[in-house]
Design a protein around this ligand. Structure first.
Ligand SMILES: [Zn+2]
Length: 68
């Protein structure tokens, strides 16, 4: 297998992974799905989450795999 073929395989698996990883973000305080993602610029751009149900704000969220 050539290098190009190897890269193609890696890209393919990455794409597949993205599709199969359907993760839903949840509020760590109340478990609500109404979590809004924002980017806050501190020293580095950091993801920041706001809950519309309980007013939680912070960089932490809960993640669950959505089962359809
Ligand atoms: Zn909440």
């Amino acid at each position: 297998m050539g290098l190009l073929q190897t890269i193609k395989e890696v890209v393919k698996s990455l794409k597949h992974k993205k599709i199969s990883e359907k993760l839903q973000k949840y509020c760590p305080r109340c478990g609500s799905k109404n979590l809004k993602e924002e980017t806050r610029w501190l020293i580095l751009p950091l993801p920041y989450y706001k809950c519309e149900d309980c007013g939680y704000e912070g960089p932490i969220f809960m993640e669950k795999e959505e089962k359809s």
